[in-house]
Design a protein. Structure first.
Ligand code: NAX
Length: 333
């Protein structure tokens, strides 16, 4: 029998962690494969985490071989195959962006070191906790034994939101739409771009730009996607959790099982050495990617309009700024 998949969720008693744990325990990442869940929380949340473990037990999932619930990184990160780094510090009153970058940077500095020291060398790391791109960069920078290929950050929720919005505009289900792109940072500067997206309508594949007005695609569509998180907080009183967990599972499933022929998805990855689309190395940037045998590759050579070029520059500049602030505060080179 093959080895069980050891999957870490940090912040496992939080909203997203709670939604993620049950789906992973139920074998969604690799159907049929046994799972050992590693759940990390801060010490004050261990009581709540115990409740999560009780509920997981009560599901009697055939795929769940064990649960490790702890507040110790050396236990949580031991021999893991996949890491969902969700736990982070929310912005508190009076905190500016630099304070937030520093507080979260410290968490990801420790976790980068723990990944390096205790995880499998093949570990797949998905950073969800915000600011996700820069947190992933910090974890990568402090994990001396791992490489850039181990690290990603999540823009799949923005990607899925884009698929759903286009599908709703064209009155089809979301599976009929593909190849939307989220470029850059998981923040308000992200660039939701459908210039290469296609939709299946009445059995024919057509470009989305032939069906939806350009002014909408460059205007209201972009703001709707980038401000969607805020709209959910307003409606629900809490930030996205079910959809965020769903996107995290989609991201890791794609990483494990690959993309379908002719299809790409959005993932934030450390900018490769050949600097695709002129984006400079040193940040974690969301690109259109394909995945084959676990290897993530940027889809290159897509046309870049002047409009897109300007937006790419703005989101790249924001990421470079986050990097300098966080690295300065944490004393990283
Ligand atoms: P919650 O506040 O519900 O849960 C966070 C949990 O993390 C808490 O239980 C807390 O005790 C724990 N935690 C804090 N520091 C920790 C540490 N050092 N080690 C382990 N656990 C720790 O937040 P939730 O709604 O679950 O959101 C989690 C993160 O996801 C936030 O940073 C949020 O901004 C981010 N998001 C990122 C998204 C993305 O697309 N990349 C979308 C959804 C979400 O907003």
């Amino acid at each position: 029998m093959s080895e069980p998949l050891r999957v870490l969720i940090t912040g496992a008693a939080g909203q997203i962690g709670y939604a993620l744990a049950f789906r992973i325990a139920n074998g969604e990442l690799s159907p049929g494969k046994k799972v050992i869940l590693h759940l990390l929380e801060i010490t004050p949340a261990l009581g709540s985490l115990e409740g999560v473990v009780m509920e997981l037990t009560d599901c009697a999932f055939p795929t769940l071989q064990g649960v490790v619930a702890t507040d110790k990184v050396e236990v949580a990160f031991k021999d893991i195959d996949v890491a969902f780094l969700v736990g982070s510090m929310p912005r508190k009153e009076g905190m500016d962006r630099a304070d937030l970058l520093k507080a979260n940077g410290n968490i990801f500095k420790v976790q980068g070191e723990a990944l390096s020291n205790y995880a499998k060398p093949t570990v797949k790391v998905l950073v969800v906790g915000n600011p996700a791109n820069t947190n992933a960069l910090i974890a990568l920078t402090t994990s001396s034994k791992l490489s850039a290929a181990n690290f990603t950050a999540m823009t799949r929720l923005d990607h899925n939101r884009s698929l759903a919005e286009i599908a709703s505009q064209l009155k089809v289900t979301a599976d009929k739409v593909k190849n939307v792109i989220i470029w850059g940072n998981h923040s308000n500067t992200q660039v939701p771009d459908v210039s290469n997206a296609v939709v299946e309508l009445d059995g024919k594949t057509v470009k989305v730009t032939e069906k939806i007005d350009e002014a909408y695609l460059k205007g209201d569509f972009v703001s709707k996607i980038s401000l969607r998180g805020g709209a959910i907080i307003k409606a629900r009183g809490l930030s996205s959790a079910g959809s965020a967990a769903n996107a995290a599972i989609d991201h890791v499933k794609t990483w494990i099982h690959g993309t379908k022929p002719g299809e790409f998805v959005s993932m934030a990855i450390p900018v490769p050495a050949n600097q695709p689309y002129g984006i400079k190395t040193g940040v974690v940037f969301s690109f259109p990617v394909t995945v084959t045998n676990g290897v993530i590759k940027v889809v290159e050579g897509l046309p870049v309009s002047e409009w897109l070029q300007g937006k790419l520059k703005a989101t790249e500049d924001e990421l470079q700024g986050e990097r300098s602030t966080a690295f300065g505060a944490l004393g990283l080179a």
